[in-house]
Ligand binder design. Sequence first.
Ligand code: ADP
Ligand code: ZN
Length: 293
Amino acid sequence: MMPSYLGGIEAGGTKFVCAVSERESGEIILEERFPTTDPISTLAKAAGFFKDASSQGYIIEALGIGTFGPAGVNISQSNYGKILATPKQGWEGADFLGTFRKSFIDLPIAFDTDVNAAAIGEGSNGAAKGLDSYVYITIGTGIGGGAVINGQLIKGLLHPEIGHISVRREGGDEFAGVCPFHKDCIEGLASGTAINERWGISAEELREDHPAWKLEAKYLASLCQTLTATFSPERIILGGGVMQQEPLLEMIQQEFKTLTNGYWQTPKNYLVTPELGNQAGITGCLKLAASLS
Ligand code: ADP
Ligand code: ZN
């Protein structure tokens, strides 16, 4: 039997990752990364990648897209397949689905957020393998997340905006917060950008014993409490650049224990870091493509 192929696009705010995988093995055969510039040339470059692939004999049967948001991910709504009100210059209204439908007529296409795709990736082959209900969050330049409950990505009017959840302020913390919309939502208080603004030094340069980490752990534990109370997941995966600060995970686990005060009997590996690293997103995009046929 001839092998069949799937396509994935992880559309990040700074870079795009395009890949073709073999459907059966899941092995990535072609991959290209390039910077995100304006929508017309960036989407054309992505389409060009799959045209080149097809001229080499790798004709994809379905495409999965995971994009930075906010994005129209609900198939029943008119904004499906488009970027919504993003602060990213020039991208509001960018029509992913329309562009790829024009270039690849009849190709089945799945469209979702990058964090939802990463959640699917970790569920298929990473830290949430075998679980029906889990949440994936990323603490990077901003904070975002996706929730899979009973095997389904949560979607509604939009998609969850975990980074914009409000948390209780720690006593004595007078930092205004950096979210342009809400100031002191969790992204405003605890993203990499917030750490940088609050302490005047980037997260990767902060020493392990800096008080920044205790405060960071308290806020992220508080976010995990809210996620536990709302979604009742079996596990929460915490990824993104800020989690590369290794002692942070254990500090969050400790703060979570104190904060939740024995209310939930969560397993030992309830709060974990991802297993797929920077491949979670593209793996999930390819998985979304696989789910189409
Ligand atoms: P993005 O969110 O833009 O996709 P990342 O997930 O890599 O990118 O997150 C970038 C953020 O992570 C920056 O705020 C940076 O300061 C922080 N960061 C990067 N490396 C480390 C590290 N080793 N320790 C702590 N923070 C880090
Ligand atoms: Zn916000």
